[in-house]
Design a binder for this molecule. Structure first.
Ligand SMILES: Cc1cc2nc3c(=O)[nH]c(=O)nc-3n(C[C@H](O)[C@H](O)[C@H](O)COP(=O)(O)OP(=O)(O)OC[C@H]3O[C@@H](n4cnc5c(N)ncnc54)[C@H](O)[C@@H]3O)c2cc1C
Length: 388
């Protein structure tokens, strides 16, 4: 559980975020969705209010808060009907720099991220030919003098067009030359503003929901060696370390989605009268909503637990993974029950249910698919043999 002394702060944060979100109503998100346009005004408002710097320590100009508070912010954005996918990465990507970057890198980048001058919104891991089998990635960064020369292709790199910096994971030692397949991967901070004119191409991918995702091509892109984060070859360790934060924060967004759906569904079920009574009077409508509610609340406890462990610097891999699994399932269950409650009207754009339905479906697949979480739990928590 989050420490009691934080409860007041969390409630204050919740209220402040809800207030900010009121300026970005359903119509704002709906209109952007139809154009698949980036919510620039929303991201700017959120950044200006300091929320994107929640996890940056105060000594670097941030708010110095924990993942518990970051989760509260993201949950509230989703509960209000918005979508934090446009900017959430800055919160967890920054952690890799914070934990493994040199003092010089932290001094150079963290204050500029906190003061809104730069955006670190892009995280480059996925590749088209290797998928979830991350250690097989082919993008290669070859060291020559004071630079790395990067060649390869990434896919599903969200927000690359709206970010100044990208945290890139690439191979620096060929897989045939390492003892463990997770060795020989490195993390580089790529300045996208420079790279765009020197071998980097970004191509947007239109998806079923409004998510500024792209494919990114590296054609001998030079990255200064001073932008290597931590030790060369240790990148997979740094990556795993950041994934717990990512899972907890995305889980919090799912909780927010679940609450949004159930609020809307219950309101509608009380108002919609068919056969002379509100549809919400029928157990066939009530039970799926009640079950989804119970699952959202249970998942929320797991998110709180994972966040509390993370903030206490305790191991939290199982809890972070279970939080993501349970929260994504609960938000999807809520989405489905809500669509059913709305009947035909659920399919009409003007009710926003179909938009949120599309948006929350993503979390069964990204940033890690449900199957891969189940494999993790089976192997690392239950001690069963590795299945892949
Ligand atoms: C909108 C969007 C945004 C994204 N943003 C980013 C981003 O910013 N940065 C980034 O690096 N990546 C990003 N991703 C990529 C995302 O992390 C991957 O899509 C996800 O990890 C799954 O990988 P894949 O798509 O290659 O699926 P695959 O690995 O090809 O898997 C396909 C299906 O097979 C299943 N599967 C695969 N292997 C096994 C197994 N051994 N056992 C059981 N089932 C298995 C998976 O669970 C999945 O359902 C994004 C993806 C999307 C769709």
């Amino acid at each position: 559980m989050a420490p009691a002394k934080n409860t007041g702060l969390q409630q204050e944060l919740k209220n402040a975020v809800a207030e900010l979100c009121r300026s970005f109503p359903d119509t704002y998100w709906r209109e952007l969705d139809s154009r698949r346009a980036y919510p620039e005004a929303f991201v700017q408002a959120l950044t200006k209010a300091g929320y994107m710097a929640t996890l940056i320590p105060e000594e670097y100009g941030g708010a110095g808060m924990g993942i518990t508070e970051a989760a509260t912010i993201l949950e509230e954005i989703h509960r209000s009907g918005g979508n934090a996918a446009a900017c959430h990465a800055q919160m967890y990507v920054m952690g890799t720099l914070l934990r493994h970057g040199s003092e010089a890198q932290k001094k150079k980048y963290l204050p500029t991220l906190a003061s809104v001058e730069l955006r670190l919104q892009a995280f480059g891991v996925s590749e088209p030919t290797t998928g979830s089998d991350t250690t097989q990635m082919k993008t290669f960064a070859r060291r020559t003098g004071n630079n790395y020369i990067v060649k390869g292709q990434k896919i599903w790199i969200s927000r690359a067009e709206h970010s100044d910096l990208m945290l890139l994971v690439a191979r620096t030692t060929p897989i045939e030359q390492v003892k463990k397949r997770s060795d020989g991967l490195s993390v580089l901070l790529v300045d996208l503003r420079d790279a765009k004119n020197r071998g980097l191409t970004i191509r947007p991918i239109r998806t079923m929901m409004n998510h500024a995702t792209t494919e990114v091509f590296f054609d001998d892109v030079e990255v200064p060696a001073e932008n290597l984060i931590g030790e060369e070859g240790q990148g997979f360790r740094y990556l795993l370390d950041g994934l717990n934060a990512e899972r907890i924060l995305i889980a919090a967004e799912c909780i927010g989605d679940g609450r949004w759906f159930l609020e809307r569904a219950c309101r509608y079920a009380k108002e919609r009268v068919v056969f002379g009574r509100p549809i919400g009077q029928n157990q066939g409508i009530q039970f799926p909503l009640a079950r989804a509610y119970a699952n959202v609340e249970a998942a929320s406890l797991m998110v709180e637990k994972a966040a509390a462990l993370f903030d206490a610097h305790q191991p939290c891999g199982p809890q972070a993974n279970m939080a993501k699994l349970l929260a994504a399932d609960a938000s999807w269950e809520s989405a489905n029950a809500t669509l059913q409650t709305y009947g035909g009207f659920g399919f009409a754009e003007e009710y926003d249910v179909e938009r949120k339905f599309r948006e929350t479906r993503l979390y069964q697949v990204a940033p890690v698919s449900t199957n891969l979480i189940l494999s993790y739990i089976a192997e690392h928590v239950l001690g069963l043999p590795r299945s892949y």
